[in-house]
Design a protein around this ligand. Sequence first.
Ligand SMILES: [Zn+2]
Length: 86
Amino acid sequence: MFQRISKITCDKCGREVAVDPRDDDPFLSAFTVENNDIEGWERISDDVHLCPACAATYRSKLAEYEDELRRVIGVTNVSVSVTASN
Ligand SMILES: [Zn+2]
């Protein structure tokens, strides 16, 4: 059974944000509701949420790990600059 929630708590730092208890999915509604307090919050899984500050750190670390995983399997990013010659 779906349990309605009236606030979301950051699992990292404990910061809280109030959400409309009538809203079944505040993360989904964040795309349609203006001035939504949940903007920048991230749902990592059904019961794990991060505030904007902690989510930024999480995304940064996630990008590092993804880069490392690509290196492990031998895929590297190559930057190429192309200039036209006349
Ligand atoms: Zn936080």
